[in-house]
Design a protein around this ligand. Structure first.
Ligand code: ZN
Length: 338
């Protein structure tokens, strides 16, 4: 029998798990000097044209300097993310914009993109950067065809429409990079049961669609899916900046304090933020993490043997510092092969 207890998930969600170790007792690896290093999965979300054009080359350079790899999740279709500006009429979004000084964080060109006319197709002009990421040894993942549409309409999208979005994105990455994406990550951590079933039709090794505390096989309508979920375990920059005394100066220290050597650590950064206006902050993070005995790795490197992965369901929940709902891992069952 599995003993279930409620433990706080690094202050952001409360998720029942049977222990913080489970499949993650083997989380440490040896450095070349023989030191123990703990691993932090690095999920790099690329949401916009500008983030791809400027943020991705910046991050490729910084990661190469540190000889580190991560997983790039690309948005490849129309960039309509500026349509989010219309959400200014919603008070909680206005508060977030003010708190994070959004015009400085993202730039006006990102905030207005797609508001006046249809946004540019990212993969058409910048597909060579998908190839650059792959050729430098980073893991290649699909974030979205149309990030804005997924983020705002996924709840009402039918299976056929979801499949079409995924297929278009999959094909653009395959054509541009000369290799298929091996994983996917839902925009804004928003996934539905139908979207999980549609993703199961693609040859992804794993998906990263939610927040949570451990790698798990998702259960949908009583059926266990065959591809594991690797959840984001840590908050994002825009979720904590300006809250509870966290500012530019102490952000990295705060972030590293949330990491646990014995647990799953997955960090999501954005090409539009850590790859652009906060690039130096991210460089400092990599250095500080190394001093503390950690290093970043592609998410796929965190996958344990399949018989160690437990099952869980995904439900909607509110997250501190984030507008609306996100998908969150709920509970954790016994290890089983799907
Ligand atoms: Zn995104």
């Amino acid at each position: 029998m599995v003993h279930i207890q409620k433990v706080p998930l690094q202050g952001f969600f409360s998720v029942p798990v049977e222990s913080v170790c489970g499949a993650y007792c083997n989380v440490k690896v040896k450095s070349k000097k023989g030191e123990d290093l703990f691993r932090v999965g690095l999920r790099i979300d690329v949401d916009t044209f500008r983030g791809t054009q400027v943020g991705v080359p910046n991050l490729l350079k910084v990661l190469a300097e540190h000889r580190l790899k991560g997983t790039f999740f690309f948005s490849v279709g129309p960039d309509n993310m500026g349509r989010h500006i219309w959400r200014l009429i919603r008070p909680e979004f206005l508060w977030k914009m003010w708190r994070t000084k959004a015009t400085k964080l993202y730039g006006w060109d990102i905030l207005l993109r797609g508001t006046l006319r249809r946004g540019p197709l990212i993969g058409k002009k910048l597909g060579h950067l998908f190839k650059a990421a792959a050729s430098e040894g980073h893991e290649l993942g699909l974030h979205a065809w149309d990030h804005y549409r997924w983020q705002t309409h996924i709840e009402s999208m039918v299976g056929e429409a979801i499949y079409r979005e995924l297929l278009q994105g999959f094909e653009v990455i395959h054509e541009s990079a000369g290799t298929s994406p091996v994983c996917s990550a839902a925009p804004a951590w928003r996934i539905t049961e139908q979207a999980q079933l549609e993703k199961a039709k693609f040859p992804f090794r794993y998906n990263s669609d939610c927040r949570g505390s451990s790698i798990f096989y998702p259960v949908v309508k009583g059926k266990t899916l065959s591809k594991p979920q690797i959840p984001t375990t840590l908050p994002t920059f825009d979720e904590v900046l300006g809250r509870e005394g966290v500012d530019r100066e102490n952000y990295n220290e705060y972030l590293i304090s949330l990491m646990r050597e014995e647990s799953l650590n997955v960090l999501t950064i954005h090409a539009e933020v850590e790859g652009m206006s906060y690039l130096s902050l991210f460089q400092e993070f990599l250095q500080q993490l190394q001093v503390r005995g950690g290093h970043v790795v592609p998410l796929g490197e965190l996958l344990p043997p399949t018989d160690q992965i437990t099952t869980a369901i995904i439900e909607r929940q509110r997250a501190k510092g984030r507008e609306g709902w996100v998908s969150v891992q709920q509970g954790r069952g016994q290890a089983r092969r799907p």
